[in-house]
Write a protein that binds this ligand. Structure first.
Ligand SMILES: [Mn+2]
Length: 331
């Protein structure tokens, strides 16, 4: 563990550069259920290592979702279960992992003695690994990698620019969230100059939705319910919905934004049946309800404005408990 909070960013960039120069064979990993930033950061590191004449294995607990399969190097992506037992590497780089457990079952296979560079932007990162490059002001891990590329003296190409831009675009929700800083926009602008087709990526990552997603949305919206004079809006999907629309986890992404984004709504909620009598709740709020606190009441957690928890019981029971808890603030 390293206490990273007082380390100057430039000093960490230099240490990370030295770390990469010193080793030759790398294992690159990110968090389970990887999002756009996790995937593009993994591949951006892979790209840089390759250009520096190093070898790498890019590994993750899970597969790359279909819509990210335009990124450089996606074909080399291995799932942890595909990693050969005799795989050879002398250093590990983790990207976008707030804690060690987030790398999934791979953690049981890594030796604590292997040098480990931890690159991340989560404020809750506990500084695991032997070397750290952590910057909580960064909108995405990809933003840190944009800086690292310059420290390493990597030659830019459209492939690398696409990776970095994808991380910035997805972690800022399309340059809309509060982490959309002047620095992010400056970097995005430079990446477009380096060949990124901004409208193509926006279409593919923000606009396009799957057919299963629309079918789920149709069912969920038909059950849209309001409480507390329209300040809480919620929807639900059942196991039957998921089976009949053949939806994957990815297809459920973003559903909770529909109740949340309705005018006048402060808190939006999605209840998803995960097994008989078990519901996973996703909570989003704008300004008033600390949904992390609500989720914590049920053993869950998250951020103030985005959190989740799991509740056992019938749909009725799960919804009633959550509505009651949110109502303590909204009523
Ligand atoms: Mn991220």
């Amino acid at each position: 563990m390293k206490e990273w909070r007082n380390l100057p960013y430039e000093q960490m960039l230099k240490a990370a550069t030295a770390f990469i120069q010193k080793h030759d064979r790398f294992l690159i990993v990110s968090h389970v259920n990887p999002d756009g930033d996790a995937i593009s950061s993994t591949l951006a590191v892979a790209y840089m290592l390759k250009q520096l004449g190093k070898t790498y294995i890019a590994v993750n607990e899970d597969d790359i979702p279909e819509r990210f399969r335009y990124l450089w190097g996606y074909e080399d992506w291995l799932r942890t279960e595909q990693l050969p037992p005799d795989a050879v590497y002398d250093a590990v780089i983790s990207v976008d992992c707030a804690d060690y457990a987030r790398i999934g079952t791979l953690k049981d296979r890594l030796s604590p003695a292997t040098p480990h560079l931890n690159i991340d932007h989560h404020s809750t990162n506990n500084g695991f690994g032997s070397e750290v490059l952590i910057r909580e002001e960064a909108a995405a891990t990809a933003e840190i990698l944009d800086d690292l590329a310059d420290f390493l003296g990597v030659t830019w190409s459209k492939d690398l620019a696409d990776c970095i831009y994808t991380g910035l675009l997805t972690d800022t929700g399309g340059f809309r969230y509060s982490n959309t800083s002047p620095a992010v926009l400056r970097k995005a602008s430079r990446l477009v100059e380096r060949g990124v087709q901004a409208s193509e990526l926006a279409q593919c990552l923000l606009e396009q939705i799957t057919s299963a997603h629309v079918q789920l949305l149709q069912r969920a919206l038909s059950r849209l319910a309001f409480e507390f004079d329209g300040k809480l809006a919620w929807i639900y999907v059942t196991l039957q919905d998921i089976a009949e629309t053949k939806a994957s986890n990815e297809d459920l992404e973003g559903l909770v934004n529909y109740p949340k984004n309705i005018e006048g709504v402060e808190t939006g909620m999605l209840l998803k049946e995960v097994s008989e009598g078990v519901y996973k709740a996703s909570l989003r709020s704008h300004a008033i309800v600390d949904v992390a606190k609500v989720a914590q009441q049920f053993g869950g957690g998250g951020h103030k404005r985005a959190a989740g928890c799991t509740i056992e019981g019938t749909l009725q029971e799960a919804a009633e408990q959550l509505v009651k808890e949110v109502g303590l603030v909204l009523k």
